[in-house]
Design a binder for this molecule. Sequence first.
Ligand SMILES: *Cc1c(COP(=O)(O)O)cnc(C)c1O
Length: 434
Amino acid sequence: MTQAIANLNQANTSILKALKCKECGAEYELQASHVCELCFGPLEVKYDYDVLRQFVSRKSIETGPNSIWRYRQFLPVATDNYIDVGTGMTPLVHSHRLARRLGLNKLYIKNDAVNIPTLSFKDRVVSVALSRARELGFTTVSCASTGNLANSTAAIAAYAGLDCCVFIPADLEAGKVLGSLIYSPTLMAVKGNYDQVNRLCSEVANTHGWGFVNINLRPYYSEGSKTLGFEVAEQLGWELPDHIVAPLASGSLFTKIYKGFKEFTKVGLVQGKNVRFSGAQAEGCSPIATAFQERRDFIQPVKPNTIAKSIAIGNPADGVYAIEIAQKTRGNIESVSDAEIIDGIKLLAETEGIFTETAGGTTIAVLKKLVEASKIDPDETTVVYITGNGLKTQEAIQGYVGEPLTIDAKLDSFERALERSRTLDRLEWQQVLV
Ligand SMILES: *Cc1c(COP(=O)(O)O)cnc(C)c1O
């Protein structure tokens, strides 16, 4: 081993300190566990920021890999043998047409609909979780998923040569089911909703010794979401935005973007500021938004019923922490109907050329709602997080988009069809105008 690598590995182990309970502060070894034995609070990875600070600079990050691993000192892996499939560094799009439509002056879209390898933000958390799983000696990896997580776990397990068994609710969209099966995992389609899938998986985790990315590996998995904060700060030229809008399922992603901004501030990579955090849920599964609106600090679990299946978690593990952050930063948590979600998907596609799934439609619809209620200032630098790809949830918009004009392979057939479509367009416009 060269001296440089030896030094780095030494740094890795001295940066990573422990698993620490978010509630009572008890500390544990960096093993595969996620619940405090004393108070049942969730465990989180603790770092030594004084050591970390010595190993990172804007320059060291900028010259690192073009993936989430450019932030590797902030991620919970002990060796440099991490799994780099190219996840992360997705575009931060400076919005012009959507911004103008909504009346915002500084809107950015973080586009994880094109993340690698499976077109959702889940590639971030899985890249980290499976890297740690391998370090801890797991040979089989698993997850309880609303769809995207299963796609990601199956794909990255295939890349890393790990055995994989993933669990989903049986009623998922075809694109999500196929998007897992193609990697040949064992796919369990459970007759029940996500919360029931999750409960079953907790039992399997106890009996089978597998690495469940979002159960016993959850403290490592969730750290992957911090990169959504890191990248935005770097892509804005090492500055934090004024306001972010992100979807909430378990609430984990939301809380970790916050942690990411805090860490960058703590080690001096950006100037600290109060970033406002606003969250988006679907009305058909809005336990966090409801608690926020009712000014409660506890979550009342619900039974999901919405087209936004990827964020349909009725009993969200990090819900209370998400509420705390929205309150503390003077943000909001709102919910929107399935009809508004479809409009949100179409609005983003028509103004920015980005085809997002139902979670993204939810986020865009909530962004619009917040602007209309004057809960976002037009001059705030606002970042909206698009977390998944629309090709996976085609059922949701079936019947809400136009039809192709089927024609003969002849010029006159084309001309007639074109004329017909223009007449239809005019009629639609007349209806809009009256
Ligand atoms: C899982 C998921 C989320 C939210 O995840 P949490 O961290 O559980 O809140 C958002 N968008 C998409 C597309 C997802 O798949």
